[in-house]
Each structure stands twice: as structure tokens, then as C-alpha cells.
Design a protein around this ligand. Structure first.
Ligand code: ATP
Ligand code: MG
Length: 427
């Protein structure tokens, strides 16, 4: 019988890799707490209508990327979430989250899109999303961008550039859309099938076509900037001034429209050149119309989401950064009663805050010592039959040229404290 394999585009994350994920997640969560964002968790499954209404019918996600099905038992149309913002806003409306003021929230977890799997593009992928609900900006728009820059710094990631645009209000875009459609019609014989279709359904999306021929056409299209009114321009100017005050550089990309219909005013993407075609690690923008569009009381909002797989790939590419912390101590134990005795020693040290790996299984001292070395631990504690009999523990500092020491069992914690710094990130 053939063994059953994972679904295409959906990946297992094995322990070596998962440790890097845990490290990444704890860095991200510390960073979110620094800015006062609080976690919000929503189900993986939502009514299909939520995404149709929020993301828009004429978008890649709704047209061809959703995992949707009909639940016959309840006669419901359901979908595995392709993104997190729609669910956040649904939950905020459903639970009147903004009744006592605006909220800063974050979410994390798997998202599902039926795309062609390739490097950096999967059918199950993971995001961290950050949303500022009820804030008109542009201060909070700037906060999001500054936050991202701080995270890249914290993770040691360099060369992620910021592309920024202002796509105005729905009315301004409607005027622009009409002009753009006229322009595209004039050039229709130079468009591909996708662009021809988009010209009718969602002409703005032709602006970020990946086809070089279409790119050439739209390079000469009228610019959305020319259609922006005073309020939109003022919002943008204030955002740019705040970014400038924090020395955040950006490239104004007037072709940046983003794939989802719900955006207005500020949109941005963070892009790396080191990931090939899938270089966008983070994207977001303002979506002031979404609350009302989903049947809630109107409220301004803005947010962004980043792709964990792409950021971790970038961390990989950057070299050693992002390794999980090594254990402080490796407990080597062999012989009658040694494991149980070592177990007690290890647990006492863990209670004191140390990361301790205890060897399990019948293995020679020699090979246990080489595992201890390979683990990255600073110190091996050795328990053999003699130590058990004499109520002692031997200690070998693995990164220093000093002879092995024999300790009274009661003195282990003190000796470890004197030799192994607790605050250490190995790797
Ligand atoms: P792309 O242009 O690469 O398709 P997108 O605009 O569809 O991205 P968003 O919906 O803005 O992506 O999602 C935010 C982030 O989530 C992206 O910048 C990317 O890092 C990540 N992401 C999106 N789709 C995938 C996917 N299929 N596999 C892995 N990561 C993804
Ligand atoms: Mg996409």
C-alpha cells in the first residue's frame, strides 16, 4: 500500500524547523506587546459570504483561491479563511468590540488559498496580522509602518524595502476607474486575457499585473494620484511627515493597489529582493469602509499582515539569525538509578529557570558527551552509579578548558549559577 502523504501545498513543520518558528513567534509576540496590541482569535472556518463581501468578488482570492464547500447538514456555504482581516472585523462587529473606544489587536495562524504551490507560495501558509480598529489615522498608519521597521531590526533582517501608495477614497477611485477603463480600451489589443477581463471587472488590478507586456501598457496609464482630493492628499502628507520624522525610507509606487478591494487611502508593502518572485513579506493598508460593508456601524480601521514562511526564509537566507536558544545544561546519565536521580537534578534546575535536556536511553558516556557538546549546552552534568551512591553530581564545563568537578548534590544549583549565565541566547 502506498503511504498517505500530506496535501499538496500544505507543509509539515518538523522539530528543527518548528524550533525556529517558536523563536520567531516569541519575538513577534514580544514586539506586539511592546506596542500595546492584544490577541484576538477567530475560527478557521467562516461563512463564505463574509469573504465575498469583504474581499470583493473580482479579486484573485474570491475568484479562484478559496477553499469553499457546502455543509449539507446545515445548508451553509463555508470557507477556510484565506486571510484574517475580514474575520477580525466580523468579530469586532458581532461582539461590539469598539463600544468603549478603538482597539489595537493582532491575530496569527494558518490561512488557506488554492494557489499554485511554489517557493514562498503555499496552500496553507501562516500570517501574523495587526489591526488598529476605530482609528482614523494617519498617526496609526505611521505606527504600523514604524512597527514593521522595528521588527525587521529586531529580527536582524536587512534590505526589506517599503513601497507606499495612497489610493484615495472610494469616490476618487470610481472616477479614476472610469478613466483607466477608457485608457485600457484604447490599448485593448496589447492586453492579455486576464487584463481584458480585469478591465471590465476590476480595472485597477491591471496596474499590478505581472505580465511585462501589460506592465508596459499600464506604465503610460493616467495616475491615480491626479484624482486625489484635498483630504486624501492631506492624509498622505501627514503620514509621510511622520515616517520622515522616524527616518523611514519608502518608494512611492503609484501602481501599488493591493489585491483586496477593501483598502482606501494608505496601502503599503514590504518587499525583499532575496526571495525571488515571492518577495513581498508584508502588506497592508487602511480599510475605512469595511465595518459598514459588513453591516456594522461605520468605523475607520487600518492593518497589515505578514507571511511567516517568507520571513523565515529570509531569516534562513540571512545566515545564523533566528536559531532557537540552545539548552544551558545537558544531563548525562548512565547506570542503575541514574536516570531517576538525574531527573530530580534536571527538574530542580528547570524550576530555577534553566533550559535543561536530559539524555534518555541506554547510551555510552562517550556518545552522551558528544550529544551534550552538539546540543550547544554550556555545561554537562554527569550522573553515574558512583554519583548516585555518594549523593554527588559531576560537572563538566563544555566551552572552557577546566577539569571536571565533583559537586555535592545540594551544591549543584549554586555551582550552575556561578558558571552558567541564565540570560544567554546560543546559536
Ligand atoms: P502575493 O502578491 O504574494 O500573492 P498577497 O497580496 O496575495 O501576496 P496578502 O493577502 O497581502 O498577500 O497577504 C499578506 C502576506 O501573506 C504576503 O505579503 C505574503 O507574505 C503572505 N502570503 C500571501 N499568500 C501567501 C501564500 N500563498 N503562501 C505564503 N505566503 C503568502
Ligand atoms: Mg496572492
Amino acid at each position: 500500500m502506498n503511504p498517505i502523504q500530506a496535501v499538496r501545498g500544505m507543509n509539515d513543520i518538523l522539530p528543527d524547523e518548528a524550533e525556529r518558528w517558536l523563536w520567531f513567534e516569541s519575538e513577534v509576540q514580544d514586539w506586539l506587546a511592546q506596542y500595546g496590541y492584544r490577541n484576538l482569535r477567530t475560527p478557521l472556518v467562516e461563512n463564505t459570504q463574509l469573504f465575498r463581501r469583504a474581499i470583493g468578488e473580482a479579486t484573485d482570492i474570491v475568484e479562484k483561491e478559496m477553499y469553499s464547500w457546502r455543509d449539507e447538514l446545515n445548508s451553509e456555504e463555508l470557507t477556510l479563511r484565506p486571510e484574517g482581516t475580514a474575520s477580525c472585523v466580523r468579530a469586532a462587529i458581532e461582539h461590539s468590540l469598539l463600544h468603549d473606544g478603538p482597539k489595537r489587536v493582532w491575530y496569527a495562524g494558518p490561512m488557506y488559498r488554492h494557489e499554485r504551490p511554489q517557493k514562498g507560495r503555499y496552500r496553507q501558509f501562516h500570517q501574523y496580522g495587526v489591526e488598529a480598529l476605530g482609528y482614523p489615522g494617519p498617526d496609526v498608519d505611521a505606527e504600523h509602518i514604524v512597527m514593521c521597521a522595528a521588527l525587521w531590526r529586531r529580527l536582524g533582517l536587512e534590505g526589506i524595502r517599503l513601497e507606499l501608495n495612497n489610493i484615495g477614497s472610494a469616490e476618487e477611485r470610481a472616477k479614476y476607474r472610469a478613466e483607466l477603463r477608457k485608457f485600457l480600451l484604447k490599448n485593448v489589443d496589447r492586453l492579455d486575457e486576464d487584463a481584458k477581463r480585469r478591465m471590465q471587472t476590476n480595472p485597477l488590478r491591471t496596474l499590478d499585473s505581472k505580465n511585462p507586456l501589460v506592465k508596459e501598457v499600464v506604465a503610460a496609464a493616467p495616475s491615480l494620484m491626479e484624482f486625489l482630493g484635498e483630504a486624501s492628499l492631506a492624509h498622505f502628507d501627514a503620514l509621510k511627515a511622520l515616517l520622515h520624522s522616524q527616518k523611514i525610507e519608502f518608494k512611492l509606487n503609484t501602481r501599488l493597489v493591493r489585491g483586496l478591494d477593501y483598502y482606501n487611502l494608505t496601502v503599503f508593502e514590504w518587499v525583499s529582493d532575496r526571495l525571488g518572485a515571492q518577495g513581498t513579506v508584508c502588506g497592508g493598508g487602511r480599510y475605512d469602509g469595511l465595518f459598514a460593508q459588513l453591516g456594522g456601524k461605520a468605523a475607520p480601521a487600518t492593518g497589515f499582515a505578514m507571511g511567516n514562511e517568507r520571513l523565515l526564509a529570509l531569516l534562513d537566507e540571512a545566515g545564523s539569525a533566528g536559531k532557537p536558544p540552545a539548552p544551558h545544561i545537558y544531563v548525562v546519565c548512565r547506570g542503575e538509578g541514574a536516570f531517576a536521580y538525574g531527573f530530580g537534578v534536571a527538574e530542580a534546575l528547570r524550576k530555577a529557570g534553566y533550559r535543561v535536556v536530559q539524555h534518555a536511553g541506554e547510551t555510552s558516556f562517550k556518545s552522551q558527551m558528544s550529544r551534550a557538546n552538539a546540543s550547544g549546552a554550556l555545561c554537562a552534568l554527569i550522573v553515574g552509579e558512583n554519583e548516585v551512591k555518594e549523593n554527588k553530581v559531576s560537572m563538566k564545563l563544555l566551552r572552557e578548558e577546566v577539569p571536571q568537578m565533583t559537586l555535592e548534590r545540594d551544591g549543584v544549583l549554586l555551582a550552575v549559577r556561578n558558571n552558567v549565565p541564565l540570560a544567554r541566547r546560543a546559536g
